[in-house]
Ligand binder design. Structure first.
Ligand code: ZN
Length: 426
């Protein structure tokens, strides 16, 4: 009797377990279906993707499904349901002398040309260049992917602020004031000792924006370019927020309260930015989401140096052997020290949403600039972010804002704040 009863209990438990497992599977399927519906309806925009100067050449044809290190191309955007991408005109900070400046300017023009080659030419039937939020919505309606352009590092204007007008005409709609290393416009969140930069806790260089930096922020406002404070020192960020007539953005930054990295934004800066209508685009960058052990940084850095992969260009132009070897080392390091997860990413989004509200938070990958986490390793996996948001209780209206609604609202506001009579470019 007793034995039978125990047997019955065991059987019951097994049946119950079976029911709960299948109930969970049903729930998962329903959640996934709901996430798909939402992901299909919203406009998903990634606000930060780096490109090498070989972008839109046979070496990296964005119309093809390319192997790594390419993480973003049109087939991957299609697969992942990613509708729009800010492609980045990035230049590294080097010596601020005439040779350094002219190299930076040439590189900037080469990257503008690359983005135009893709959107105006090779793949014009599949992707279009947007220079306004209205363009983004129209291209999306037409069933095309959307390319937008952001600048990363004010070094591209340095002593030639008139270049800003030209960059605007070429399609730039956000302007990152500074990168790693102070420049003549602003102090960086990460000064470069190798360039002789003074650390920020020792006063930095300009203690925020220089007079030239202030003039550039004003000109961005006049033209209708969003000012981007990612990579800025806190002093720079607060100066830009105070000075700007229009909302400013952080195109790819995460939350300092969760990961004390100089690249992340603290509560005071986030609140000040949101009070002016801006957005922080939480970035899927491993080291900004959780602390990456020094040993991993060191091993990766040494491997990159040994293989000559010390710049974005070198990384893309390397031999197949070098690429494969670096990938192998990278994978081994990721196995030993796992990358951040989608759950970590949503933790940062949750924190920012709780602090400054759902209207002031967005999403960025920093693909090809060091971004990529477990579950969102390339543009083809973009749906997973929406799935995780749904799992964490976000509804369609909120997800629509996070994925694109907020950045498009800011673009509209920045455009509306354009100076009347500023040169019209159509
Ligand atoms: Zn960056």
């Amino acid at each position: 009797m007793r034995g039978k009863s125990i047997g019955g209990l065991v059987l019951g438990a097994i049946l119950l377990l079976g029911t709960s497992v299948s109930a969970r599977a049903d729930e998962d399927a329903a959640l996934r279906a709901r996430a798909h519906e939402i992901h299909d309806r919203v406009i998903a925009i990634d606000t930060h993707v780096d490109i090498p100067t070989s972008f839109a050449t046979p070496a990296y044809d964005p119309g093809e499904d390319n192997p790594a290190p390419v993480l973003v191309d049109i087939p991957k955007m299609e697969k992942g349901g990613l509708d729009g991408v800010f492609f980045i005109v990035y230049v590294p900070q080097t010596e601020r002398d005439p040779a350094g400046e002219s190299a930076a300017i040439s590189k900037a023009f080469a990257k503008f040309a690359a983005i135009h080659r893709m959107a105006d030419n090779q793949n014009a039937d599949r992707i279009g260049l947007a220079t306004s939020a209205a363009d983004v919505r129209r291209l999306n309606e037409e069933g095309k992917k959307v390319a937008l352009i952001g600048i990363e590092n004010g070094f591209v204007v340095d002593h030639h602020p008139e270049l800003l007008d030209i960059y605007y005409e070429l399609g730039a709609r956000y302007f990152g004031l500074v990168h790693n290393g102070h420049n003549d416009l602003a102090d960086s969140a990460q000064p470069k000792e190798s360039l002789g930069d003074k650390p920020n806790d020792a006063g930095g260089e300009h203690q925020g924006l220089s007079p030239m930096g202030e003039a550039v922020v004003r000109r961005c406002n006049d033209l209708g370019i969003m000012v981007d404070i990612s990579h800025s020192a806190k002093s720079t960020a607060l100066d830009a927020i105070r000075l700007s007539r229009a909302p400013v953005i952080a195109s790819h930054s995460s939350v300092h309260a969760l990961r004390a990295h100089p690249r992340n934004m603290d509560d005071e800066t986030m609140k000040a930015m949101a009070a002016k209508g801006g957005v922080i685009q939480i970035v899927a960058f491993d080291d900004y989401l959780h602390e990456v052990p020094k040993a991993k940084h060191k091993a990766r850095g040494e491997a990159a140096k040994r293989l000559g992969l010390t710049s974005l260009e070198a990384f893309f132009d390397a031999s197949e052997e070098a690429k494969a070897e670096f990938r192998k080392i990278s994978d081994e390091l990721d196995a030993e020290y796992p990358r951040s997860t989608l759950s970590d990413l949503i933790d940062h989004i949750d924190y920012a949403v709780t602090l400054v509200g759902i209207d002031h938070v967005g999403i960025a990958s920093d693909f090809q600039g060091g971004g990529g986490i477990q579950g969102w390793r390339d543009a083809g996996e973009t749906f997973n972010v929406t799935l995780e948001l749904v799992r964490r209780g976000y509804g369609e209206e909120e997800i629509a804002k996070l994925w694109g609604g907020n950045i498009l609202r800011v673009m509209d506001e920045v455009e509306a704040a354009r100076k009347q009579g500023a040169k019209q470019v159509e």
